[in-house]
Design a protein around this ligand. Structure first.
Ligand code: PMP
Length: 382
């Protein structure tokens, strides 16, 4: 038969699709034998972190190079921001700045809000999220599903508008403001978890390049600092939307003394990579600047295209920022010496983008395929 099962170590040889594929899920069996968490978890926040590094095949990775994806969508609510929410809430509980029953408020492009809503639901804090209008509607629905109240701020105000609204509400009502863009708890959690996870999983293997983008800069600063200290030979590649495509709003944007984008800079506009590169330089990012060895600019459309390619070629479903990061990794790999090894961050799941350009073309060709199946299958129910 096309599919044969032998033993627990080398179980499946499939001749479906792209020729013979042999899988060795021995680690799955090890987990099932009791090496997983070792005990039931007390609550959902204990499931944060410990995300897998997954090898990318030569359908995407250039020949002679190796790229591993750090799949942050394995977090309980499917994004890297679950780490941040746990970090902020735990730090505030410890230092007493968050009181039992106090309302938690934060400005977010979505993933942070979903993660904070999860932590608040689990720990019994009311939760209010401010979010700029262009971010995808499924994010708002998820937050509301988790019991949070969501206040949508106007598109024109961009990231700065939603941040100002959260601060205003906190001040007015005495709510706890998370300050994800400023708090040291953000990058420190990545220093304590994301960085060590990468270095531990890469133990015995060399790591030539670590590739990431930035929103708050927490991942870049925290994991980057740990990687530099513990794997000094690793080069850090920091990606942002490309100014050449009139979408730049990042580190390389020309700015006035007060940090606002210079009017001479033609590129200051909303870019298409949700969760990346706000229209200001966050303190968490600023404190980590200098850790990067190189900046890579992502062309318009490259994030969406690579995310679709990861889904179809690898079965890896990640968002637009994950696609953009993998694009930067592939471009870096192409220029890197033969034998180079890279790790690229995939911050969230593609399912968070059902209403966005990531899925726009998918809907179109799905319809055609469905029609084709319908034509050749008399009993097919449309
Ligand atoms: N990608 C997505 C989709 C995000 O939501 C975020 C966080 N805003 C990031 C990347 C960047 O993560 P960080 O805030 O740690 O820089």
């Amino acid at each position: 038969s096309a599919f044969s099962v032998s033993d627990g170590n080398r179980i499946a040889t499939s001749k479906l699709g792209r020729g013979t594929v042999t899988t060795t899920p021995s680690r799955l069996y090890a987990k099932a034998r009791g090496e997983g968490y070792g005990a039931p978890l007390d609550n959902i926040s204990e499931a944060v972190g410990n995300t897998p590094l997954v090898k990318i095949s030569n359908r995407i990775c250039p020949e002679g190079r190796t790229i591993y994806a750090k799949c942050e969508y394995f977090n309980p609510l499917s994004s890297v921001k679950d780490r941040l929410a746990l970090a902020i809430i735990e730090a505030a509980e410890k230092n007493g700045s968050l009181k039992p029953g106090q309302t938690v408020v934060e400005a977010t492009s979505g993933n942070t809000g979903i993660a904070i809503a999860m932590m608040c639901a689990q720990r019994g804090y009311p939760c209010v999220i401010t979010m700029a209008e262009p971010f995808s509607v499924e994010r708002r629905k998820l937050m509301r599903m988790l019991g949070a109240k969501v206040i949508v701020t106007p598109k024109a105000g961009k990231g700065t508008g939603m941040v100002a609204k959260a601060a205003e509400l906190a001040e007015k009502h005495g709510w706890f403001l998370c300050h994800q863009f400023e708090t040291d708890a953000n990058w420190k959690f990545h220093y304590d978890t994301t960085g060590p996870e990468i270095c531990n999983d890469m133990k015995g293997l060399k790591l030539d390049y670590w590739v990431t983008g930035y929103g708050t800069g927490g991942t870049f600063h925290g994991a980057g600092k740990y990687i530099k200290e513990n794997s000094p030979g690793t080069k850090i590649i920091l990606a942002e939307p490309g100014a050449a495509n009139l979408i730049g709003s990042g580190i390389q944007t020309e700015r006035n003394a007060d940090g606002s984008p210079a009017s001479s800079h033609p590129a200051f506009a909303a870019h298409p990579i949700q969760g990346w590169t706000p229209d200001f330089i966050p303190l968490v990012l600023e404190k980590g600047l200098g850790l990067q060895d190189e900046m890579v600019e992502i062309p318009d459309g490259a994030g969406v295209a690579m995310s679709q390619s990861l889904a179809r070629n690898e079965g890896i479903l990640t968002g637009i920022s994950g696609g953009a990061t993998m694009w930067a990794a592939v471009e870096t790999a192409k220029k890197a010496p033969e034998g180079s090894v890279l790790v690229a961050m995939l911050p969230d799941t593609g399912e968070r983008y059902l209403s966005t350009p990531l899925f726009a073309s998918i809907a179109a060709d799905m319809n055609e395929e469905e029609l084709e199946i319908a034509r050749s299958t008399p009993s097919f129910i449309l």
